[in-house]
Design a protein around this ligand. Structure first.
Ligand code: ZN
Length: 57
């Protein structure tokens, strides 16, 4: 199960600690992270961290 942050209303992958607005994205990330040693970039790019990093540039 992914972690839900009630204050931020975001879902978090408990392995890599990235946050997602969609539960299914967080579940996909966590499923990938727990069976692989690295992050799946096509999933991680949808994380809140990746999106906010892009908008700051
Ligand atoms: Zn992850």
């Amino acid at each position: 199960m992914v972690y839900f942050d009630k204050e931020k209303r975001l879902y978090m992958c408990e392995v890599c600690k990235l946050h997602y607005t969609k539960k299914e994205d967080a579940e996909k990330c966590q499923k990938w992270c727990s069976s692989h040693d690295s992050c799946n970039l096509s999933i991680a790019r949808r994380s809140v961290e990746a999106v906010s990093r892009r908008s700051h540039i």
